[in-house]
Design a protein around this ligand. Sequence first.
Ligand SMILES: Nc1ncnc2c1ncn2[C@@H]1O[C@H](COP(=O)(O)OP(=O)(O)OP(=O)(O)O)[C@@H](O)[C@H]1O
Ligand SMILES: [Mg+2]
Length: 333
Amino acid sequence: MLYLLGLLVAVVVWLGLLGVISRPTGSTSTPLPGSGVSPWLIRRLGPSVFTAGVTATGGPLLHRFPGDHRLVAGVTRSGKSCTVHAIVAAFATIADAAFVGIDPKRTELGLWAPRFTQNAVDLDEIDQAIVNSVRLMKVRQQFLELQGLTKWTTSLGPWLFIIIDEYAELVGISTDGIDRTAEGSVIDKAMKRSKALASMRITDIASLARVGAGLGIKLIVSTQYPTTEVLDSQIRNQLDTRILHRVTGDEQVRVGMGAGRAQVVAANSIPADMPGGLWIVGFEDYNAPTMARSTYIPADRIPGVANRTAHLSWTWDQLLSLQTVADRKGQTR
Ligand SMILES: Nc1ncnc2c1ncn2[C@@H]1O[C@H](COP(=O)(O)OP(=O)(O)OP(=O)(O)O)[C@@H](O)[C@H]1O
Ligand SMILES: [Mg+2]
């Protein structure tokens, strides 16, 4: 009997993943198997592991804290931001998690402002956020050297997640064929400056990616364009966990999944009417590409989670002065 019930659940989940049972019609879509509306579908399974979705075989879609640097890629409206929101919603409940948003499209991460150290949207703010992150990396590096330690741990201070949505915009790559740096271009001077600063940003982000992990700094990089032009190899090679939503071309699969992992994943293997559907691969939990679907958190639920967890947010001053959760106790903020 139990066996039959289990079989039935697995079949229902599969059909749901394939979009057979119900199809989303936009932000008002009804809950779907594997993508039901809500916080309670994000569950803490252990001290450092959460589930925020379901795999094609009915298992939990795991997100480990802090996990590797992550790439979240896929075409527009494939569910990248929702997946990022699900990860942030899970980790936001942890006191040892700090977040910095880099949101040049200005649309995605602002809802998290109460829980974030900073959500940078203007170019000046973005450069400031990157400068501060690099400074934090150096301060932590010196601290470890002085202490004779080699690796960051939670007892030394929080993990900082730097969330970049959309990476192509950040590095000043035109993805729409308009040369924003051309003389008399319709777009503003800021983009011109952005282009000039882009290579500096790439260098800084590459160094955060390369050295940051051992210093408690993790990147979550989201892009519609997982191509070699957009994602420099120095950065790409550091993003060990790959989450690939729907893509339409082979290069996107190759770059999105990583070398040697693309064989089992085909472009268009996630249907267009299944937002949130994804392939995940990484070293900790998914050695082979695994198909899954993220829990769907509607945007209007985010401010509630952000406000409820706002007391756990970190300021740049607290981070840069190497405060720990223990230091913060009793301190009024
Ligand atoms: N897991 C999910 N289950 C059901 N519907 C989803 C899921 N994820 C996303 N959607 C639907 O797809 C829409 C687009 O998702 P989202 O904004 O995350 O896409 P995106 O890939 O970030 O797009 P863009 O590149 O344009 O920013 C959402 O508004 C929602 O209606
Ligand atoms: Mg998005």
